[in-house]
Design a protein around this ligand. Sequence first.
Ligand code: ZN
Length: 369
Amino acid sequence: MKKKFLVLIEDDFEIMGNGLGNVADLQYLPALALMNIAEKYGVKLTFMVDVAHQLTLKKFCKHPEVKIQSKLWAETVQLMIERGFDVQLHLHPQWVNSVYKDGYFHLTDVWNIGRLLPEEQTALIADSVDYLESLLRQVRPEYDVCAFKGGAWGLQPSTHLMSELGKAGIHIIMGPCDGMVVKRQGLDYSGMEEKNLPYYPNHDDLTKIADASGKSVVIPLQSYSPDLLTFSKYIFNHIFSGLISKSPLRYYHSGSIPADIRELKPLKGKNDFTLNLRPYRTHLKIGDQPFSYLKKSFDTVIGKLREYDAERIPVLIESHTKQYAQNYRDIERFIAYIAENYESEVEFGDMSGYSKELQDNPNLARSKK
Ligand SMILES: [Zn+2]
C-alpha cells in the first residue's frame, strides 16, 4: 500500500546565478554531504543538474582551470547515479551566449528559458538531453531524462518550450508556484488554477489546467508563508551566519569582481513580500534555513495537504546544495525529522519513480474532465 504523501526532494545542482562560484565548493562537496545524509536515513533524492552550465564549461575547456571543473561536474553527476540517486534536467539560460574572460564567466540577463529564441531553446534542450543521457548511460544503461525544472522557475512563454520538452521525452515539469511573479523575466504564476496537486497543463498557459489528460504533468511548488516568529528566526539566522562568513562564496577571488557581474540583478522586484501578517511568501525549501524553520514549513504544508482526499500527493521540496555551507546539521536534523516522525503517511521518492507511477495511473494528475 502506497502512502498518501510522496516527498520529492529536488536539488538544484548549480553554481551562483551570476556565474560566480566553483564546482568543487558549491556543488561537489555539498552534494556529497547530501548524498551521505540521504543514505543514512534511506531517503531518495533527485538532483536537477544545470547542464547549461556544464555545456559552457566544455565550450571553454581550453582553459585548464575550466576543464578541471567540467571533469569534476561530470564525475560528480555520474557518482549520483552510481550511488542510486536520480538525476534530471535543470537549465539556466543565462549560460547560453555567455563568455569566459579574464578568469570570469560573464552571463546574460536572460534567466527565463522561455525568453531564449525558439531555435536557442530547441538546441539547448536537445544538446542537454543528449549530453546527460550519454554521460549517465555509461553508469546505468537504462537511464532516461524525464523531468525538467526551469532555471529561476521560468517557463514562459511556454508553447514552444513545452513542445521541445515533449520531443525530448520530458513529461514532468517544475517551476510553477502559485503567486510568484518576476516582472523583469516575464514570469507570472498568479492565480494558478491548481496550486497544490499535479495537473495536466494547458501548453499555451501553464497556470491553467488542460481539458483532458495529456503527456506532460506540472508538479507545483506548494507555497508557504511563515508566521512572524518563524520568519524572525530565519532572518536572525541569516544575519548570524552572515557575521560568521563575510561572503557566501568561499572561493577566494583575488581583486574585485567585475562590475557587470556585480550589477547583474535579473530577479530584482520578485514579489517575495506582501503587506500582511505573513509577509514573506515562499515554498518548501532546504538551503540556508535553521531546523525550526524547516520543521515548521513542512508541518504547515502537510497540514494543509491533509485536507485533500487525493490518494497520492507529491510534496515538492526545493533544495539548493550551494547554500548548505553552514547549515549541514540543521539539514540532517530536518531529513531525520521527516523520516522518523512522518513514517505512517510519508515516503520519499524521486522523479524517475514518480514518472512511472504517472504512466501506470494517469489519474494521479488532474485535468478538467
Ligand atoms: Zn537553478
